[in-house]
Design a protein around this ligand. Sequence first.
Ligand SMILES: *[C@@H]1O[C@H](CO)[C@@H](O)[C@H](O)[C@H]1NC(C)=O
Ligand SMILES: *[C@@H]1O[C@H](CO)[C@@H](O)[C@H](O)[C@H]1NC(C)=O
Ligand SMILES: *[C@@H]1O[C@H](CO)[C@@H](O)[C@H](O)[C@H]1NC(C)=O
Ligand SMILES: *[C@@H]1O[C@H](CO)[C@@H](O)[C@H](O)[C@H]1NC(C)=O
Length: 524
Amino acid sequence: MEFSLPYHGKPWRVETRKLLFFIGIITCAAFSVQIFLTPYENVFRALFLVNNAPAGDSSLDISMMGIFTPFYDSSMATPSKNCTETIDLAKKTPQKSIKTMLSEMIPSSNHMKRTWMKMPPNRITSISAMSRLLLKNLAPSHSMRPKRLSEQDREILAVKSQIENAPVIQNDKDLYAPIYRNLSTFRRSYELMEETLKVYIYKEGEKPFFHDPILEGVYASEGWFMKQMEENKKFVVQDPAKAHLFYLPFSSESIRYSSLYDRKTRSKANFIKLLSDYLDTIKAKYPFWNRTGGTDHFFTACHDWAPIMTRPFMNGCIRAFCNSDVNDDFVLGKDVPLAETLVLSKSDLLKDIGGKPPSERQTLAFFAGNIHGYLRPILLKFWENKDPDMQIYGKMNSTVTAKMNYIQRMKTSKYCISAKGYEVASPRVVEAIFFECVPVIISDNYVPPFFEVLDWESFAVFVAEKDIPNLKEILLSIPEEKYIEMHQRVKKVQQHFLWHNEPVKYDIFHMTLHSIWYNRVFQA
Ligand SMILES: *[C@@H]1O[C@H](CO)[C@@H](O)[C@H](O)[C@H]1NC(C)=O
Ligand SMILES: *[C@@H]1O[C@H](CO)[C@@H](O)[C@H](O)[C@H]1NC(C)=O
Ligand SMILES: *[C@@H]1O[C@H](CO)[C@@H](O)[C@H](O)[C@H]1NC(C)=O
Ligand SMILES: *[C@@H]1O[C@H](CO)[C@@H](O)[C@H](O)[C@H]1NC(C)=O
């Protein structure tokens, strides 16, 4: 893929010359963002920090499905090779910061004054910068080998070397090479997981907070993972001494919606006490956490507040969060982005799957969703009822007809927008893939699922939040052949995002476990 204005291919493979150029652009961008932000920041803070309410909550989003987010990052994708050109482009299409856009909107948007909102991030890591960070964090390091390796550690090190020396394959009957960072290493790593991995599941903890999966709703991926892991015969061992990984099976959703939450004070102290007491029990009873500081332990947690519930006492382990925000404390190469999937019916997981071929997708872009957080009001301000190509809506009503209409639109639009709500994750990314619509991700700092192995830019568009005013131009600038190619890749990647009542090879259960396994291997 050409490195051109609206869309860029595989920047993490660019040669050094381009890397240097990126650094230049980042410097320029950082400088201009500074210029834009400073005068408005105080105004913004004054207006938005009136009530000091705690972190947001995407639970209200259940009534509305999906979030599509092609990720376009103009600062990285700009073809300009120097600062001068960047500034020229900025003059052509006003490059206001999100904070500036918000501060200009405040008087007309009353709901924003009422709702607590997390601030737009000050630091933005583009998707290509995330890839570089990931490769750096996964880079082989020979310095920190502990003196006494357990048998499991030795197995893991042997696996790591086999993955690094994977036989090079060009294709595979089940895996479509262009959507992976490296098909050879992914396939080898997956095979070795099947051959090797042993997981021990701690039995401690009482229902409903532990061992009691919730299988429907917007946070269902933590529930399905828990259910399928606890029922698993292949990977689970009863003898913890044999395990490469230790699973802490709690439900962030059950904890969040329990009486542990004090609505008056909005304090999350009870969540933290519950989980830190649980971990203390496990630490005292077994030698495993202390042996490694938790680096071979993991959990999956989908609620927005899961990072707060588990911080900092569980930071040492592999944390699989839906709320995978690299500007928060999500560590690329250690932590795992968990796919957020909206499950409407646990007995019919593949209901309505699929969509129209490219020729029957008449709408350029579609979005509908509740107005959560700071970004969606901006999306609506620029695009609601503005242009027939841009079908951008706020909350759609919750009748069955409206839901069908929503699904039909996803099946018949070229691009499905996944704009962040209160936090970075949205079920719309997976929903788009489910309905074979090319995802357009607008959520700065969001680390998409299976980031370790998938080449996300080959099948999704990433648009920087500040580029919302240019959204249509960006989408139109993607050539038709490129669109058709991305659409085909979305269909190929779909298998990795599907829950099945009984897990199947390469499905979302196995892919989630694989991400955890992969990070365990490369942190060894
Ligand atoms: C930098 O930008 C200026 C103005 O657009 C242009 O004339 C010059 O060729 C550019 N330099 C490089 C190295 O691209
Ligand atoms: C994929 O990884 C293998 C093993 O490390 C390496 O030999 C190969 O060159 C890589 N392929 C690509 C396309 O980067
Ligand atoms: C692990 O360390 C904690 C202190 O961090 C201690 O309370 C606990 O007893 C230790 N566990 C074992 C099995 O020694
Ligand atoms: C939902 O949509 C129907 C049909 O368009 C409409 O008649 C109804 O008023 C809507 N309900 C709400 C609550 O907006």
